[in-house]
Write a protein that binds this ligand. Sequence first.
Ligand SMILES: Cc1ncc(COP(=O)(O)O)c(C=O)c1O
Length: 383
Amino acid sequence: MRNSTRSAVDPFIVMDVMEAARQAEDAGRHIIHMEVGQPGTAAPEGARQAVARAMEEDAMGYTVALGLPALRERIAQLYGEWYGVDLNPERVVVTSGSSAGFLLAFTSLFDAGDRVAIGAPGYPSYRQILKALSLQPVDLPTSEANRLQPVPDDFAEMDVQGLMVASPANPTGTMLDHGAMRALVEAAQAKGAAFISDEIYHGIEYEAKAVTALEITDDCYVINSFSKYFSMTGWRVGWMVVPEDHVRKVERLAQNMFICAPHVSQVAALGAMECHEELQANMGVYRKNRQLLIEGLPKIGFDRFAPPDGAFYVYVDVSQYTDDSRAFAREILDEAGVAVTPGLDFDPVRGGGTLRFSYARSTADMQEGLARLGAFMRARGFA
Ligand SMILES: Cc1ncc(COP(=O)(O)O)c(C=O)c1O
């Protein structure tokens, strides 16, 4: 059978690491998971209860394409609670996770061949989804001085039709403050480039509240999800906020591409939004884990990283030990029984010298992971 060239996307390496870890577990080994980008906790209790009730009372058929009106309204209310932004619920589109949001946003904003700037390192699927839609991802190699976030100078001379940012970012956990976000919005707008802000890690922030692009402009797409702060990765539900005059266009795309996000997950999401205490308890675990890693990693030779402002990752420069992070991660899995993610997933050029450690799991797992990593590094003479 013939093949399209645009379908030739790269694998998501962390998925391969997860598969290798699963095989090791099947063979009877105990593995500490510091590779996964997801909470170890279930959907909040209030979400599960809402689903149990709805299943008895409702046929759970299709919803309208833009999502349950009550959920869209509750999400709009969140913008008031979190940022003091008054958001028209009509601008909220409920999606099947932020991943569906990317498809809708890229399709709505760009034509085949358009160039979209993304920070490197960055979430790998941006690049692959852009390629699969016949768009051209343009990597902006970020610098440590800018805490691995893009700045206007990085794309000042470029012909790009879009700029995509993430704050807090995956894999670094670093954030754009109000000034940095504003500078990027203005630089993109000055070029006539669409501005897309991936805000999936909002709510998981440690020192300061994350800034939404909507505090700065209405002329942007904001993509978010129930996967991370709300601990609902497998439910596949998220949302997008678009300018008023884009709603109808995105609605038509959503009708045709997805019909709607899963009804049951929309009910769960509405329940999850009232579970503040449980979600803050999860935050307490992340906060403790972050502290453990920030203090523990430098003692075992992993000392080159920017402390994360948000999300649940530490992105470490290990170029003094290896230029093949994939092989290094494999050795760590085989010898130490700890699954970590090679930086090549996030930065095809410089990622050979970096690793991402996720601290989304339990504190006991993080302690054990650090102990095993320490033994591995000492055995190599690196610590
Ligand atoms: C920065 C970023 N954006 C988007 C996603 C995809 O999330 P979702 O589960 O909402 O599709 C992830 C998943 O890890 C991510 O790290």
